[in-house]
Design a protein around this ligand. Structure first.
Ligand code: SAH
Ligand code: F3S
Length: 451
């Protein structure tokens, strides 16, 4: 009987991508099958996140639960990967002796060997950064569904003062251009229609082509847009300073690039942006956004915000709130600053009380939710194109799909052949987390025009 693999993933989309590649890898090397029941698994993998303190705390809780499973089944193999493994592999080894394998974001391709060693009860720790060799060792991806992530680069060299990513995932390394296109082609052959290009600092991508030329993110977008079957392209996460003219132009000339952009700003106050070492001020961000809006009118914009960075005053917070209103951000991510060991900001004096930070966060989140809901309400009456992903979990008489600006639309339809296809729906109602629509036409109709 095939061995069973259970993977729990914390954190960002890059971790989700890495987890899916771990499944591909062990599927190929050990014929393992994924299970969503940890109790029946032969191998348990935890793909960890250390971006904020709370994310990190989850690791030892989970390992504590898995210890009981290992007591019942001594042959159970337990592995810990991701950013916590990378940052404190030795501490995990000491605190959780039942863990067999500790690997980092850039050594996950060694999992088949590690599983073999674990079978002989040889514990392994490898959290090195061996120059992107990972992608040379991964098998062809296997996907279900019509959307897929593709990682195009690893790491980040920006060293924002609050952030652990450069330490846990290493400095930026770009994948070769052609290796990315091969992966996209393999996904398109399996029916993928929407490609989501990933990197911690994705628009810093500078990869080599087979001819030895340098390609940037815009080049990848144009090449991916040429692939048969691919109709939608997204990318995250980009950095304002790396937002080149070629990328702005791609929004003007490439209709397959969605009208949505996640461009983190973190704060609207110049003093805080400078203390974070973001490399730009408030006006620079506004100017970039204005140029992007000019290239793609109506584009939906989202951001990440950090509230309560050391030294943030009420005036600084108001600057952030004003920026939110000025840009008109859609659904975004916001977090209270979390001190991360080893980062430059961890040495800064932080005298803002926790309850003040929490209060600011909730004011900001309410404003963003209101803006996002207003955007949803304004969509009522519009015809929106969605990529149909499956049945609505709440109502099997409804199908659902996502708009370009990342909203789920539920609509009544009975033809399962619509799944994986594009459809036009007229929006009839807006709720805080979804929209309701009615089918107008779809790819199943012969006169449906894709772009
Ligand atoms: N480029 C990355 C961004 C890093 S992590 C990406 O692909 O998403 C995502 C977000 O986490 C950041 O944009 C930032 O808003 C938040 N974050 C990072 N470090 C943090 C910290 N120490 N405390 C609170 N939030 C943090
Ligand atoms: Fe982190 Fe800044 Fe890079 S937020 S991932 S160091 S761009």
């Amino acid at each position: 009987m095939a061995k069973k693999l259970f993977i729990q993933t914390h954190g960002c989309q890059m971790n989700e991508y890495d987890s899916s590649r771990m499944a591909d890898l062990l599927g190929e090397s050990h014929e393992m099958e994924l299970t969503d029941n940890a109790d029946e698994a032969d191998v348990l993998l935890l793909n960890t996140c250390s971006i904020r303190e709370k994310a990190q705390d989850k690791v030892y809780h989970q390992l504590g639960r898995w210890k009981k499973l290992k007591q019942k089944n001594p042959n159970l193999v337990i592995g810990v990967g991701g950013c916590v493994a990378s940052q404190e592999g030795d501490a995990i080894r000491k605190r959780a002796k039942h863990v067999d394998m500790i690997f980092g974001p850039q050594t996950l391709h060694k999992l088949p060997d590690m599983v073999n060693a674990a079978g002989k009860h040889i514990p392994i720790t490898d959290v090195t950064f061996p120059e992107i060799e990972k992608f040379d060792h991964l098998p062809a991806p296997r996907v279900e569904g019509s959307e897929a992530f593709v990682s195009i680069m690893e790491g980040c060299s920006k060293y924002c003062t609050f952030c652990v990513v450069p330490y846990t995932r290493g400095e930026e390394v770009s994948r070769p251009f052609d290796s990315i296109l091969v992966e996209v082609a393999q996904l398109a052959e399996q029916g993928v229609r929407e490609i989501h290009l990933l990197g911690q600092n994705v628009n810093a991508y500078r990869g080599e082509t087979a001819e030895g030329d340098e390609a940037d993110l815009a080049d990848i977008i144009h090449a991916v847009a040429q692939m048969d079957g691919v109709e939608r392209i997204r990318f995250t996460t980009s950095h304002p300073v790396e937002f080149t003219d070629s990328l702005i132009e791609a929004f003007r000339t490439e209709p397959k690039l969605v009208s949505h952009l996640h461009l983190p700003v973190q704060s609207g106050a110049d003093k805080i942006l400078s203390a974070m070492k973001r490399g730009h001020d408030r006006q620079y961000y506004i100017d970039k956004i204005n140029r992007i809006k000019e290239a793609r009118p109506g584009i939906s914009l989202s951001s990440d915000f950090i509230i309560g960075f050391p030294g943030e005053t009420n005036e600084d917070f108001i600057d952030t709130m004003n920026l939110i209103q000025e840009i008109g951000f859609d659904h975004s991510f916001s977090f209270v600053y979390s001190q991360r060991p080893g980062t430059p900001a961890s040495n800064l004096e932080d005298d803002t009380p926790d309850d003040v930070k929490k209060e600011r966060l909730s004011i900001l989140q309410r404003r963003i939710s209101q803006q996002a809901y207003d955007i949803s309400l304004a969509m009522v009456g519009d015809v929106q194109r969605i990529l149909v992903s499956g049945y609505s979990p709440r109502d099997p008489g409804q199908l659902q799909g996502r708009t370009e600006n990342n909203r789920i639309v539920n609509f009544r339809a009975f033809d399962p052949q619509l799944i994986g296809k594009f459809a036009d729906v007229v929006i009839t109602d807006a709720y805080p987390n979804s929209l309701l629509g009615e089918l107008v036409s779809s790819e199943l109709d012969t006169d449906f025009v894709l772009q």
